[in-house]
Ligand binder design. Structure first.
Ligand SMILES: Nc1ncnc2c1ncn2[C@@H]1O[C@H](COP(=O)(O)OP(=O)(O)OP(=O)(O)O)[C@@H](O)[C@H]1O
Length: 233
């Protein structure tokens, strides 16, 4: 028996999106954007163009919006605050510029933080996946030290492990390589792009790093607060 098909939560469809700032000024418009589940997509554009605003909008974290952002059957902008929170918990992994790690906790406790509010049956899997990801990212001492004593690059990788530990369908990342030297950036790109590809996750990154944007299947550009397709690949 097959029931009615619901679109995968990670298929994205945007129409007539406008985001306003606190002063009422429109800071971003996205006339239309469609992305299939499992795609990797780079968002490029000059500083102040609206890239971070777009990423926050995709996570349902902005107010003063009109139009629609659909992830599968969920219209994020029409959803209540509770529904948005639930959607984020169930489907999104976010890597934002300020990592907001808990300084007093170990890398493992940080990476597995979502286990604390996940259903009991999922907790062990989250902790184990967090541990596996930290190992894959080359981090030692994952329980012995607090994150305060880890370097910028290591903290970045802990933040990535945290975003991925809950097995999200959708990963949103804002300048994930910004604080890293070339070697660490390249390693993170391989890890992030590799995991997304192997596991068929939708990955959307904002970045000025050409190596990272070139590793994505599609690139779009935001210029003067408006999203335009740069390269449909
Ligand atoms: N809540 C807000 N109210 C008013 N203006 C805002 C608000 N949020 C962002 N802006 C403005 O909107 C513009 C886009 O900001 P955003 O952070 O999205 O740019 P960006 O492309 O990510 O830039 P960067 O590459 O420098 O991080 C900026 O001019 C910013 O000051």
């Amino acid at each position: 028996m097959t029931g009615p098909r619901t679109p995968a939560a990670s298929s994205l469809s945007i129409s007539d999106l406008a985001v306003r700032g606190e002063d009422g000024r429109v800071i971003l418009t996205v006339p239309a954007l469609e992305a299939a589940p499992g795609v990797s997509l780079a968002i490029e554009g000059p500083s102040g163009a609206g890239k971070s605003t777009f990423l926050y909008a995709l996570a349902g974290l902005v107010t003063h919006t009109s139009g629609s952002i659909r992830w599968g059957a969920t219209d994020l902008l029409a959803a209540s605050g509770t529904e948005r929170t639930r959607f984020r918990k169930n489907h999104l992994g976010m890597i934002f510029q300020d990592h907001l790690l808990f300084e007093e906790l170990s890398p493992l406790a940080n990476a597995a933080i979502s286990a604390g509010y996940a259903p009991r049956a999922r907790r062990r899997a989250i902790v184990e996946r967090a541990r596996t990801l930290l190992e894959r990212f080359g981090l030692g001492d994952v329980e012995a030290r607090t994150v305060r004593s880890f370097s910028g690059g290591e903290r970045q990788r802990i933040a990535v492990a945290r975003a991925l530990a809950g097995n999200p369908d959708i990963i949103l990342a804002d300048e994930p390589t910004a604080a890293l030297d070339r070697a660490n950036a390249d390693r993170l790109i391989d890890d992030l792009a590799g995991l997304a590809r192997e596991e068929d996750r939708t990955l959307i990154v904002v970045s000025h790093d050409a190596r990272l944007t070139n590793a994505m299947q599609r690139r779009v550009r935001i210029a003067d607060g408006r999203l335009v397709e740069a390269d449909a690949g």
